[in-house]
Design a protein around this ligand. Structure first.
Ligand code: ZN
Length: 196
């Protein structure tokens, strides 16, 4: 792909090229911004736009003459728990639905006021051994659906790290499981309390 650049007669530092689809003289950066903000349909799929986008890196949002703001398009990313691609992820990890279910579990009741049973079976506290840049460290997760999710969380937080070991902790240790009954009823205390 050959792109012909011209120097602007009045601003020699400004290089432009002729964009035929838009019938305009553009700088590589404004072409990149058009591509990233998908300002025009033709910009999204344009190979020249992609090349400029790679070359110039992420561009800031643009505002046109009418005041309309064009923000760079954020790619949808998968939720680390359910895998559904979403534009909005809470803490860059959970989709809104998974986050709400987790909140209900922490509170101990769902929107109907009942104990969340299904999600309680699925989520557990977990401890991971994470290898990152030559170091090993422990990562505790309050709620996790399994090793796959733990691996996705670690990759998202630290792209160069990986989970070397994963352990699902007993629900008894989870903060949410501290119902008065479960905490105070120790098997030995029951036995000693029984009459001989
Ligand atoms: Zn989700």
């Amino acid at each position: 792909m050959q792109i012909e650049y011209r120097e602007h007669p009045e601003y020699p530092s400004l290089r432009t090229f002729r964009c035929e689809p838009l019938r305009a003289d553009l700088s590589p950066a404004s072409c990149a911004r058009n591509q990233q903000t998908e300002k025009f349909l033709t910009c999204r799929a344009s190979p020249i736009g992609r090349a400029h986008s790679q070359q110039c890196g992420p561009q800031a949002a643009a505002i046109d003459e009418t005041g309309k703001v064009f923000r760079p398009v954020q790619p949808a990313r998968p939720c680390v728990r359910c895998g559904v691609a979403a534009l909005r992820l809470i803490r860059q990890e959970l989709c809104v639905s998974c986050y709400n279910r987790q909140l209900e579990l922490r509170r101990g009741r769902n929107a109907k006021g009942a104990r969340p049973v299904i999600v309680a079976k699925r989520l557990h506290p977990a401890r991971c051994l994470v290898h990152r840049d030559g170091n090993a460290e422990l990562l505790d997760l309050e709620f996790c659906s399994g090793r796959e999710e733990a691996a996705a969380i670690v990759k998202r937080r630290w792209p160069t790290a990986h989970v070397a070991d994963y352990e699902q902790l007993s629900d008894r240790l989870a903060p949410r499981a501290r119902s008065p009954k479960r905490r105070t009823t120790h098997p030995f205390s029951i036995r000693t309390a029984l009459p001989e």
